[in-house]
Design a protein. Sequence first.
Length: 65
Amino acid sequence: MTDDDLDRSYSALCESLAAVGKDKAELFLSMVCLSLMARYESADDVLPLIANVEAQCAAEVTAGR
């Protein structure tokens, strides 16, 4: 994915999150994640991505952000 593609995709994600609102944000993100995971061949492709994001979130908490 090019930087432009990534920017466009992220912008669309942010706009959609704003459109569905805070009350539906968790559901929306879960549905997007499931849709994207379904495009991978196996859980072996997805599980490292999940672990990486979890580690990044834990680091944010540890850093006090």
